[in-house]
Write a protein that binds this ligand. Structure first.
Ligand SMILES: C=C(O[C@H]1C=CC=C(C(=O)O)[C@@H]1O)C(=O)O
Ligand SMILES: [Mg+2]
Length: 467
């Protein structure tokens, strides 16, 4: 039997099971594929379904491109995480999943994320297609593994009206299409083509001052406040060109893009929230920032100053305390380094404490995400009060900025990052986000500079200069 004849077989099996159980059946088939260029494949998706495309690459070198969404799981409000978990469970019940090698990382992965705060009333139309929680299952998912193997996953939901042969024919044609990439020359922006505006800057500075005063008075320990920069072009943004720039310049980051309808949320985040593989857990505390030096020597000097800087160490410590406390309740063992190291992230560098652990009992990746979000790297401390202050002090709607975004598999393993260094793009407008952790030694001027530096990596990828 040829590889794709097996696909037909599975679809027929799915159809039969659908008739027997009288419910929609997920059929997922993963096989080896020809080597591919992820950006090229993403580009092919523009022609056939430009409103349903996703891209994901991680620091281990794994790349994934998803084209077309078989289904969308959505949820709103306080119970959004458990609602997604329930919908996911139902979807995988009775599913037919075939992988030629169980050890490889293809398969029916769900990609998506959550808004930062479902209780924030500033629901703007801009984030409409993303909602409080949205997960998608791509129809075609191409994966390049760490070992440089290419995998093709085809997902299909066999509903009552679907005929196996018709589905097979349609999917087969799409696979042929994938083999004929046409590379378009990605063009970055010319300098005179865009205008940028730092939005509500005065209001933001007043809010930062208020938050610092409050922290100094002892009411709060830490609050993270973010702001937006709008960058307008004369012509629509070229998402592939931006991804190409991010992948080239930010290879050590998580580069992601989720297109939901006309809008794309994309970025290159250095921050892992949590990864779960069986009982192994990995997380990361990232907070405390300085800029990069112009020479290697200056860069190192800045890093050394950061490692000794009391304000940044304090800012960092709230995150270490919270993440280690949360994870210790889930884990039988946890490794937390005594002091932070440096993580270089494009035009900035951070204090970073990686954390790893072993789960004591079976948990899903979503349970871990729910317990961790938002850490004091994006919210503050104490968490509940910090969220309340963010609602009151921030003008912009964070939407999915600063939120958990990622993927999960049929075994409830997966990886979520914190969506920072990111922007929301619609046609010729990009909205960039950057925030900063405020503690008692913060000053408005320094935090303004810090957020300006944090805009740079994504701004550069939109066409500004890398410096
Ligand atoms: C909130 C952001 O960064 C967080 C992660 C690393 C360092 C941070 C800081 O030093 O303030 C922030 O906590 C952002 O980039 O928008
Ligand atoms: Mg900071």
């Amino acid at each position: 039997m040829t590889k794709d004849a097996l696909l037909f077989d599975l679809l027929a099996k799915g159809c039969l099971r659908q008739e027997q159980l009288k419910k929609s059946i997920l059929v997922s088939y993963t096989r080896e594929f020809d080597s591919f260029d992820a950006i090229d494949i993403f580009h092919i998706g523009e022609k056939w379904n430009r409103e349903q495309r996703l891209f994901w690459s991680d620091p281990d070198g794994i790349e994934r491109v998803g084209l077309g969404y078989v289904l969308r799981l959505t949820a709103a409000g306080e119970n959004r995480v458990s609602s997604i978990a329930e919908q996911k469970k139902k979807l995988f019940n009775d599913a037919i999943i075939e992988k030629w090698d169980q050890g490889l990382s293809g398969g029916p992965l769900l990609f998506g994320g959550f808004s930062f705060d479902p209780d924030n009333q500033k629901t703007s139309l801009k984030w409409h297609s993303f909602g409080d929680a949205t997960f998608v299952l791509p129809e075609i998912l191409l994966t390049r593994t760490k070992e440089n193997k290419s995998l093709l996953t085809i997902n299909c939901l066999m509903t009552k009206d679907k005929k196996p042969y018709e589905e097979y024919k349609r999917l087969y044609e799409q696979i042929q299409h994938l083999k004929r990439p046409q590379r378009k020359l990605a063009s970055l922006l010319e300098e005179d083509e865009w205008t940028s505006t730092e939005e509500h800057l005065d209001e933001w500075m007043i809010s930062v001052k208020k938050a610092i005063d409050m922290i100094q008075s002892g009411t709060m320990q830490k609050i993270v406040l973010s702001r937006t920069m709008r960058v307008d072009r004369k012509v629509p943004y070229d998402i592939e060109a931006i991804l190409k720039a991010l992948v080239e310049h930010q290879a050590s980051h998580y580069v992601f893009a989720f297109t939901m309808g006309e809008s794309t949320f994309l970025g290159a985040s250095p921050e892992r929230l949590v990864k779960k593989q069986g009982t192994d857990i990995r997380s990361m505390c990232l907070a405390g920032t300085t800029t990069r030096g112009k020479t290697e020597e200056e860069d190192k000097e800045k890093a050394e100053l950061l490692l000794r800087d009391q304000k940044n160490l304090q800012e960092h410590q709230w995150v270490v305390n919270m993440i280690s406390q949360v994870l210790s309740s889930f884990c039988q063992s946890l490794v937390v380094p005594q002091s932070p190291s440096i993580l270089k992230a494009g035009q900035v560098q951070h204090l970073c404490t990686p954390i790893s652990g072993k789960l004591k009992e079976d948990k899903t990746i979503l349970e871990l995400v729910q317990a961790l979000h938002p850490t004091p790297a994006l919210g503050g401390y104490p968490q509940k009060e910090a969220l309340q202050w963010i609602r009151e002090l921030e003008v912009s709607d964070r939407g999915w900025y600063g939120s958990p975004v990622g993927w999960m598999d049929e075994h409830d393993d997966g990886e979520y990052i914190v969506a920072i260094r990111s922007c929301l793009i619609k046609n010729s407008t990009a909205l960039l986000f950057a925030g900063c952790g405020l503690v008692s030694d913060s000053t408005v001027t320094e935090e303004l500079k810090e957020t300006r530096a944090k805009f740079k990596p994504i701004f550069s990828a939109l066409g500004g200069l890398y410096d």
